[in-house]
Design a protein around this ligand. Structure first.
Ligand SMILES: Cc1cc2nc3c(=O)[nH]c(=O)nc-3n(C[C@H](O)[C@H](O)[C@H](O)COP(=O)(O)OP(=O)(O)OC[C@H]3O[C@@H](n4cnc5c(N)ncnc54)[C@H](O)[C@@H]3O)c2cc1C
Length: 372
């Protein structure tokens, strides 16, 4: 069913909100995205942009099926977005090398490789130290081996969200500046959103406020247990040929991006809504980077960024209908994988708004779990 007369308001112009607008537009529904800063001005524009749905690293449990579906959507978007908008999202194959420094790490990495045998879209294998150093001689010989994965990709997150936003506008989406401060309802049904003194009438609302989604708890009268987890990234000018792989260890990573700079991250900091960069994070990231790639000691820092991931207390997404409300949907909690998951979050949420059905199982992401 498509319903071009339906009024949908999406609160938040990060990837979760913009992807929802895009997939609504694909179904003939025009929506209004309300963003209080600018599209992609928080985590969705400043992430690392590494994409993969490999089992055994970060994306697991009920999130795995959604991440796999989202990777397929990413591959479609890699073709359609540049055609529709002329924006190159810098989507490219980027094999991953996950280093191991100890026997324990190697055992865990090998167990994860066994899990991935069921994922034919990735080609994964163990590299011993000699193979590893033959592949990338600048890796530290302190590494005893690595898990290697082909089939992972990366993109430039800011270009990607701009392209998604432009394509959504081409499908009838309106992007509006403003801060939503509450909702209006009649009985259980939502009837509008409040933008300061102004009220915008609508039939459906999508809460896609990223790490700020917890503020909607008081509008909705139910707990939305999502908080910010800060992460920082360094962009460095380095001598030598570009790195062809994304090299990582225990949540730290680095590669050469299409801008010619080495991007290196990251941190996990529970510091509330503070988005300032810090010297201590810079030093920590550099410390881990040099442990992986010691020759970057001469690299010159060009830029440091910081942004906030939306993380639920149980690390799962918050996706689907809002308990106690008709017409209000939650689309948040992407945590460290929100760019991977973004297209699927958008497609699922658009499906719920338009047909009442999710194209994928989402029971595990129901916000009712926080009340329980
Ligand atoms: C350092 C770092 C690296 C990362 N790297 C990766 C990666 O490599 N791969 C990956 O998959 N993921 C990565 N992520 C995670 C990913 O960036 C996030 O999960 C994702 O961007 C979250 O998107 P979002 O739309 O939910 O939130 P956001 O991007 O935060 O967007 C939410 C938007 O809502 C707006 N908003 C909030 N309240 C209101 C209101 N009341 N009214 C109007 N607007 C409002 C905000 O201004 C904001 O623009 C990384 C994150 C960080 C921090």
């Amino acid at each position: 069913m498509s319903d071009s007369t339906m009024d949908v308001v999406i609160v938040g112009g990060g990837l979760a909100g913009i992807a929802t607008a895009y997939y609504l537009g694909k179904q003939g529904v025009r929506s209004t995205v309300i963003e209080r800063d600018a599209v992609g001005s928080h985590a969705s524009g400043f992430a690392y942009g590494g994409l993969g749905a490999l089992d055994g690293v970060g994306v697991h449990g009920p999130t795995q099926a959604i991440a796999t579906a989202s990777m397929r959507l990413h591959r479609d978007l890699a073709v359609s977005l540049p055609e529709d908008t002329g924006i190159n999202t810098e989507f490219r194959e980027r094999p991953g090398i996950a280093l191991c420094y100890t026997d324990d790490e190697a055992r865990t990495a090998k167990a994860n490789l066994a899990l991935r045998e069921k994922q034919p879209e990735y080609e994964c294998r163990w590299l011993d130290r000699d193979e590893l150093l033959a592949m990338e001689p600048r890796i530290s010989p302190e590494a005893i081996g690595a898990a290697y994965a082909e089939g992972t990709v990366d993109l430039e997150p800011y270009r990607f969200i701009l392209a998604m936003a432009q394509a959504a506008e081409g499908l009838g989406t309106t992007i509006r500046h403003g801060t939503v401060t509450g909702l209006k309802r009649q009985g259980d049904r939502v009837t509008g959103v409040l933008l300061g003194d102004e009220e915008i009438s609508c039939d459906a609302v999508v809460i896609a406020m990223g790490p700020w989604s917890g503020f909607a708890s008081k509008w909705l009268g139910i707990p939305i247990d999502v908080t910010p987890l800060k992460g920082q990234i360094l962009r460095l000018r380095a001598p030598g040929v570009p790195y062809r792989y994304s090299v990582g260890w225990d949540g730290h990573y680095a590669t050469t991006k299409p801008d010619g700079l080495v991007w290196a991250g990251t941190t996990e900091e529970e510091v509330g809504f503070d988005e300032q960069t810090t010297v201590s994070a810079r030093d920590r990231i550099m410390g881990e980077l040099l442990r992986m790639l010691p020759s970057l000691a001469d690299a010159q820092l060009v830029q440091q960024t910081a942004c906030l991931r939306p993380v639920a207390s149980d690390k799962l997404m918050v996706l689907g209908r809002t308990p106690g409300w008709e017409g209000v949907y939650l689309a948040t909690g992407g945590a460290r994988s929100g760019i991977i998951l973004g297209p699927a979050i958008g497609q699922i949420t658009a499906g719920l708004v338009v047909t009442g059905e999710s194209p994928l199982p989402i029971e595990a992401f129901d916000a009712a779990r926080f009340a329980a």
